[in-house]
Design a protein around this ligand. Structure first.
Ligand SMILES: Nc1ncnc2c1ncn2[C@@H]1O[C@H](COP(=O)(O)OP(=O)(O)OP(=O)(O)O)[C@@H](O)[C@H]1O
Ligand SMILES: [Mg+2]
Length: 458
């Protein structure tokens, strides 16, 4: 679950609970107020009746029926009443009203005011029961009820309003939270993209618009600062490799030409042999320096391809011609299978160096008297060309294959040999990637290795 969803869900729960709680409090408060108002009216009416009773009959006399009737006539509007004689039966008013039982009567006599909500034919009424004294003696019980229809209708309206506004408020709140969260987390998504896109080659990526001082902006600023420091460290390290290779190249070339000159002049065979040996090693060192220089330039994005139409068939023939002598000394023949001329856009110098390295690899690992097959085909699927170089060498262990394009990586079998530094395939991959192509290596131990290079037509 994303952080955004978690924040929205947490807010939904918190907002929902708060709004539900507030609504319940409001509803109960309003209901309490409404009932208190109704109760107050019933109290006033009951007080009036009771006062009149006590004023009318001060002596120990039994109130006349007609007088009682006169006292109640026209007094109530929507209220209904019942007057119960001390004996228990309702003598006046609404006979359907519940008369208080003896327990309730005792509680009322003790001073308790009995109110409550009662239902008559499923309609709700508020009820009040009060004792009516005549000359200090409880002669009657007064039961007053008033309909709660109005109160209930107002409470229903309130409930409806709450049921409509609470979800609407929740929805509006959630949309606001969602938009605010999306806005404040947007730089985070950008940070993730940048972290994923960042590689040794793309260290110049930065998180935009991180000028605020909230946590996310500060994180962005901290990441940008970190990227700057990493980029500076990488740049100085690349600069160092580039400068070192460059500085080494000049004296190395001078030493090689001096030694070649000396080797031509020297007569002593043993000294000549050791000079030739030194020259072979220096040549390897020179190649390594060149490879390091190439990688430093690729890393610093300073190696720009000079693209032009390249005839791959001619390029292969040229590379084979250059490798011919080496192949002959190793007793290896080439089998070239080119059906037709193929032209693609590319940097022929760089493509040549790639192909020479692949051919060199095949020669280095092929047994004597075997053949290295080089094939060129139009690749209809990608609209480009595929060059394959296959040998019958020992192949590469499956455990080495995933790392074969890593810098300085040499398979376990090749590490014992002094030939090669393990940079050739790494450079080849970089250059083919720059051409928009793909290089793949398939190998079976004991059978041989096939390298295929796909190059696009555009
Ligand atoms: N045709 C092949 N057969 C068997 N192993 C190979 C073949 N091509 C490459 N490898 C293995 O892959 C490793 C890396 O090759 P890569 O071309 O990068 O380096 P290298 O040939 O050792 O040195 P460099 O090319 O820098 O002079 C080699 O050391 C070798 O172990
Ligand atoms: Mg190589």
């Amino acid at each position: 679950m994303t952080l955004k969803s978690k924040i929205v869900i947490a807010n939904l729960l918190i907002f929902g609970l708060i709004l539900a709680g507030v609504s319940a409090v409001v509803y109960h408060h309003v209901r309490g107020n409404e009932l208190a108002r109704v109760d107050a009216r019933l109290d006033i009416l009951a007080d009036q009746v009771i006062t009149e009773f006590s004023e009318e009959w001060t002596e120990e006399e039994v109130p006349e029926w007609d007088d009682i009737l006169a006292l109640f006539t026209g007094r109530f509007s929507e209220e209904r009443f019942g007057l119960q004689a001390a004996g228990g039966q309702i003598i006046l008013g609404d006979s359907t009203l519940t008369v208080p039982d003896s327990g309730t009567r005792q509680r009322i006599r003790a001073g308790e005011i009995i109110r409550g909500t009662t239902h008559i034919r499923s309609a709700a009424y508020r009820q009040l029961i009060r004792p009516v004294e005549v000359a200090g003696r409880v002669d009657f019980w007064l039961v007053l009820i008033t309909p709660l229809a109005d109160v209930h209708s107002r409470l229903d309206t309130l409930l409806l309003v709450l049921c409509l506004t609470v979800p609407a408020a929740l929805l509006v709140g959630l949309i606001a939270v969602y938009l605010a969260t999306r806005k404040s987390l947007a730089p985070m998504s950008r940070m993730v993209t940048i972290a994923e896109e960042t590689s040794a080659r793309h260290l110049d990526l930065r998180i935009p618009a991180t000028s605020g001082d909230d946590e996310v902006s500060r994180l962005g600023q901290a990441l940008n600062g970190m990227m700057e420091r990493i980029e500076a460290a990488f740049t100085s390290q690349r600069q160092f490799v580039g400068d070192a290779s460059h500085e080494l190249r000049t004296p190395l070339t001078a030493i090689i030409s001096e030694l070649e000159f000396a080797a031509r002049r020297i007569d002593d065979e043993k000294a000549k042999d050791s000079l030739d040996l030194a020259l072979v090693e220096l040549d390897r060192l020179g190649q390594l320096v060149d490879q390091l220089l190439t990688l430093a330039r690729i890393d610093a994005n300073r190696l720009v391809l000079e693209k032009q139409p390249v005839r791959l068939d001619e390029l292969i023939v040229e590379c084979v011609r250059l490798a011919e002598r080496d192949a002959r000394t190793r007793g290896i023949t080439f089998s070239i299978q080119i059906a037709e001329a193929v032209e693609i856009p590319g940097d022929d110098r760089q493509l040549k160096s790639v192909l020479l390295n692949i051919i060199d690899n095949a020669l280095k690992h092929s047994p004597r008297d075997s053949a290295v097959t080089i094939e060129l085909k139009d690749n209809l699927a990608i609209g480009g060309a595929v060059i394959t170089v296959a040998d019958n060498g020992p192949g590469i262990d499956a455990a080495d294959l995933p790392r074969i394009f890593d810098r300085f990586y040499r398979s376990s079998t090749a590490r014992s040999s002094r030939e090669g530094s393990g940079l050739g395939l790494a450079i080849a991959k970089e250059l083919i990637d720059m051409h928009g192509g793909r290089i793949q290596l398939a190998s079976t131990v004991g059978k041989g290795t096939t390298v295929s290079i796909q190059l696009p037509a555009h």
